[in-house]
Design a protein around this ligand. Structure first.
Ligand code: URA
Ligand code: SF4
Length: 222
């Protein structure tokens, strides 16, 4: 029990509610998006410009899950529209996957950053932020019912497959878990952008495209 005046838990009046409490009954995609726009379930709403919800077809068979919006995404309000998004577009095109046929979202829906000079430097979301934001991802999965979830990078992979999951050891494999669609984890497009030189960037890009080709094979006809 909360006991005001004893220095224990402050009363919850005026406190942000958990994301679950904001999710409408039998939501539509736009209903979910509208509800998420007002989310204050963790502190990231204070530093992010807006909630960057997922985008794509409501009946998409593939859902890509990134980490969190970056600087451009925060401003435009759409996922993967900055440099990492351009790289993802390129890789999808090379693998023969139409971006318009997939749904793209993030594990965390506000941009986390710290100032560095005039720039906003990306900061990794922590476990509490990832779990505060999880109900939105679960609601997207429940609504869209993708055949395959593609987890881009360690944050998305560990959010769905557990903290011990290592993308480097199991990338490109199809993974089954009860209660979830079939999953494949691969690298995050930003990691390819961070490659130290052109040659290694090209090698990493080809490995990424290779993972996406396996995905394309698997979804053929679905
Ligand atoms: N990186 C992500 O993980 N998601 C985006 O939307 C953009 C960059
Ligand atoms: Fe809500 Fe997620 Fe934004 Fe946190 S990051 S305020 S949980 S939408």
């Amino acid at each position: 029990m909360e006991q005001p005046g004893l220095g224990l838990e402050p009363p919850r009046v005026g406190q942000p509610s958990a994301a679950e409490e904001l999710i409408p009954q039998a939501p539509t995609l736009s209903g979910l998006r509208d509800a998420a726009a007002g989310c204050r379930a963790c502190d990231l709403y204070k530093t992010g410009t807006q909630t960057v919800f997922g985008e794509g077809g409501e009946h998409a068979s593939v859902m890509f899950v990134g980490e969190q919006p970056g600087d451009r995404e925060d401003i435009e309000g759409k996922p993967f529209v900055g440099p990492a998004g351009r790289l993802l577009d390129e890789a999808l095109a090379e693998a023969g996957i139409d971006r318009k046929r997939v749904y793209i979202t993030n594990a965390v829906k506000h941009f986390k950053w710290k100032p560095q000079g005039k720039r906003r430097l990306h900061q990794k979301p922590n476990a509490a932020e990832i779990s505060a934001c999880r109900p939105w991802l679960d609601a997207e999965i429940a609504l869209i019912k993708p055949t395959i979830l593609v987890l881009l990078g360690a944050t998305a992979a560990q959010a769905l497959l557990g903290r011990d999951f290592r993308v480097s050891l199991q990338r490109g494999q199809f993974i089954e878990r009860p209660g979830l669609p079939l999953m494949m984890a691969t690298v995050h497009p930003s990691s390819i952008l961070r490659a130290p030189d052109d040659e290694s960037r090209e090698i990493e890009m080809q490995a990424f495209v290779q993972d996406l080709r396996r995905l394309a094979q698997r979804i053929k006809g679905s």
